[in-house]
Design a protein around this ligand. Structure first.
Ligand code: PMT
Length: 229
């Protein structure tokens, strides 16, 4: 049996990496496969939500019943996410967004110049998508992720507060077999403690499909609790 606790709700998710072009043939990116975000989109759709998935370049089929919008750069993801968030009840930022992009895109292929042993590349900061959505008014219930390699809980708690999120899903991406590219993951969920409840839930290593289902269960509980406040 599937719980229909998301029936009729509009949920926007981001997934996968973003890709920052340097010239017509090169780009900067990261190891996100999109598996975690796609599993969340599938889990939300199974519970009756209307799901829009804003996806960076990945090699995955679109989950059943999900509307997919393909983007490449962080700025493209930013525009699509802000547009979609306007009429969403819940926003979940699972994408591994490039924090920086090249200051200048080179129209032509960057040439190897003889004698130069180093090439300098100047990067500029990208907008923070999840933080921008969380400061807008009115705003959806906003869930961010935190990919950390150490001090997972304290860095995640800092992002929860600094980015004004309702909830954060922290994962330790230094663990072999979990996180980026893997089929399994584990997570620590933290949320704003507005009631007497703990605001903390540890989910042990498991397939991204079952983990996604457990994450959506807690997201729905917290979303409905906030609606009742
Ligand atoms: O895709 P998979 O291979 O399945 O791997 C899953 C995952 C490890 C990528 C995923 O579980 C995960 O941790 N996603 C978030 C990765 C990340 O960018 O984390 P962060 O700690 O750098 O960012 C914190 C939050 O801010 C995230 O919600 C991120 O989407 C958001 N962000 C970051 C930078 C930026 N410019 N805009 C953002 O919205």
């Amino acid at each position: 049996t599937v719980s229909l606790d998301a029936l009729g709700l509009a949920i926007t998710l981001t997934a996968g990496p973003t890709r920052e072009p340097l010239d017509p043939v090169r780009y900067l990116t990261n190891h996100s496969s999109g598996k975690m975000g796609y599993a969340l989109a599938a889990a939300a759709a199974r519970r009756g939500a209307r799901v829009r998935l804003i996806s960076g370049p990945v090699n995955l089929p679109t989950p059943a019943g999900v509307e997919r919008i393909d983007v490449e750069s962080t700025n493209e993801m930013y525009e699509a996410a802000r547009q979609s968030a306007i009429d969403s009840d819940i926003f979940i930022g699972c994408a591994a967004v490039a924090d920086y992009r090249a200051e200048r895109f080179s129209e032509h292929k960057i040439k190897k110049t003889s004698g130069d042993e180093a090439l300098e590349l100047r990067l500029v900061k990208n907008p923070d998508i999840v933080a921008a959505i969380a400061v807008a008014e009115p705003r959806p219930f906003v869930v961010g992720f935190a990919a950390e390699t150490r001090d997972v809980e304290s860095y995640a708690r800092d992002k929860l507060v600094r980015k004004n999120l309702d909830m954060i899903v922290a994962n330790d991406v230094s663990q072999a077999g979990l996180g980026f590219g893997a089929d399994e993951n584990a997570a620590l969920l933290l949320w704003r403690d507005t009631t007497s409840e703990s605001g903390r839930l540890e989910l042990p290593p498991q397939s991204k499909a079952t983990l996604a289902d457990a994450i959506i269960t807690t997201v729905m509980e917290r979303f409905h609790a906030k609606q009742r406040e």
